[in-house]
Design a binder for this molecule. Structure first.
Ligand code: ADP
Length: 479
């Protein structure tokens, strides 16, 4: 593989190109008109504008991207995450055109892209699953009956779901139909598929997922777990590896279950098997994501592997250079997603110009970044600007480095999740490892950090005044 086209933008496009360059592989960027000056465009050896800002006129145009790839003699396409990464037709078209899709084959993408098809596929592999009705609701009376048997609250979920969309909690029987209708309409709007099903609502779950890696020769290993329970709107904001609560036995059992899930769909490449864990460390299969995950860096840091490099090698047909026994966890890694959102105002999107944007540096700090000072944050795409990742020998050390790195991360012009990250890192429940997916609901209160940032704003204003007065003095000197 001599030339790779990255069918993505932002931090992940930069991340993929970094590894391609390290491996001596040429890179091609595609971009929309608003991204013409973006870091991923400048970093690539060649770059082609593929359309207007809205992603359905640019980053989602598989045919157009494939045309670019053919015309530039590209031999591999890396889809990153989001956009075309889980589009089986695109994967098929790439391979049919003789260009390697760096990811699993279409069968795995198709079955795992649908939560119901995924449950059906792993059924014979003895994988623990959340109790529920593992088929799309067609008969409301029957679904209600199942819900009653499982016991409320239950969760109605979209089969085609992703990004926490199309999910509704039903507290009691009377709400069943109205919540079901909402889930259906949300799923139809977001995914063009209104199929929904029922799962037991696990009250205090942790979201723990296993990274798997498989080659084309039948070898599958797991790279341990990532804890992803700190979420808002059912979407992850903070991830870490390893989890603070898994025992070696549960880790082993989850790893083995994840490998079975990968084998059930003949998986090839890097993938993630997601589980929910209850307070007794019972785990239940949620779904499999057939791509590189946003939070892959924490697994890289604790295993010393470069997952993009592994993806490329596997796509080239190489065998995994290690076995499960060769792998071990070293140290601890934390990740904070830097979203252009206002944590003081219900995590609403924050748009504007990055007047100041300076990244922290230092030992144990990694920033996977896709934007620069002076740029506008485009409204058209996912609002994640970067990921701040820290690594320490212990969990405490990774947390301490994260707090220092957050303080050194300078952003002016828009709001970000940085203050939220600091709040979590300093919170006792988080530090002690006693938390679940309800952390934000249970402990987070914007007023608590408003006070702190009010003080900081006052200090900043005071310092600015001092500086102004100093400047005035200097200016007057010549007189
Ligand atoms: P999506 O594909 O939309 O991300 P997932 O099935 O991966 O949906 O679930 C996303 C999040 O929703 C989980 O991390 C968890 O917080 C919550 N969730 C999903 N299923 C359940 C369940 N049965 N009980 C409680 N929470 C759930």
């Amino acid at each position: 593989m001599k030339k790779i086209l990255v069918a993505n933008r932002g931090e992940i496009a930069v991340r993929i190109m970094t590894t391609a360059k390290k491996m001596g592989i040429k890179t091609v960027a595609v971009y929309s008109t608003v991204d013409r000056n973006a870091p991923h465009v400048r970093m690539a050896d060649e770059a082609v504008c593929i359309g207007e800002a809205p992603s359905n006129q640019s980053y989602l145009l598989g045919d157009k991207i494939l045309e670019v790839a053919k015309s530039l003699n590209v031999d591999g396409i890396h889809p990153g995450y989001g956009f075309l990464s889980e589009n089986s037709n695109f994967a098929l078209a790439c391979n049919a055109a003789g260009i390697t899709f760096i990811g699993p084959d279409t069968h795995a993408i198709e079955v795992m892209g649908n939560k119901l098809a995924a449950k059906e596929t792993v059924k014979d592999y003895n994988i623990p699953m959340v109790p529920g009705l593992d088929e799309a609701i067609t008969d409301v009376a029957k679904a209600k009956q199942v819900a009653k048997e499982i016991g409320f609250p239950i969760l109605i979920k979209a089969a085609a779901g992703g990004g926490g969309k199309g999910m509704r909690i039903v507290e009691k029987e009377e709400e069943f139909e109205s919540q079901m209708q909402r889930a259906i309409s949300e799923a139809t709007n977001a995914f063009g598929d209104g199929s929904v099903f029922i799962e037991k609502y696990i009250g205090s779950p942790r979201h723990i997922e296993i990274q798997v890696l498989a080659d084309k020769h039948g070898n599958v290993v797991h790279l341990f777990e990532r804890e992803c329970s700190i979420q808002r709107r059912h979407q992850k904001v903070i991830e870490e590896a390893p989890s603070a609560v898994l025992t070696p036995e549960v880790r082993k059992a989850m790893g083995e279950a994840a490998i079975k899930v990968a084998k059930s769909c003949d998986y090839v490449g890097a993938g993630t098997v997601e589980f929910l864990i209850d307070e007794h460390l019972n785990f239940y299969f949620l779904e499999m994501n057939t791509r590189l995950q946003v939070e892959h860096p924490v697994s890289e840091l604790i295993t010393g592997l470069d997952l993009v490099e592994m993806q490329i090698k596997v796509a080239r047909g190489e065998k995994l250079p290690f076995t499960q026994e060769d792998l071990e966890i070293k140290g601890h890694a934390m990740e904070l997603r830097i979203y252009a959102e206002d944590p003081l105002n219900d995590f609403l999107p924050s748009v504007g110009n990055l007047e100041i944007y300076q990244l922290p540096t230092g030992e144990g700090i990694r920033v996977d970044n896709g934007i620069e000072e002076g740029m506008d944050v485009p409204i058209y795409y996912d609002p994640m600007l970067a990921k701040l990742i820290t690594y320490g020998q212990t969990r405490e050390e990774a947390i301490e480095i994260m707090i220092e790195a957050i303080k050194a991360y300078k952003v002016k012009g828009i709001s970000t999740t940085l203050p939220f990250g600091k709040f979590v890192m300093e919170h006792n429940a988080f530090r002690e490892g006693h938390f679940d997916t309800n952390f934000v609901k249970k402990y987070y209160n914007a007023d608590l950090i408003k006070e702190e940032y009010k003080d900081e704003a006052e200090i900043a204003a005071y310092l600015a005044l001092q500086m102004y007065l100093e400047d005035q003095k200097q200016l007057r000197l010549p007189n």
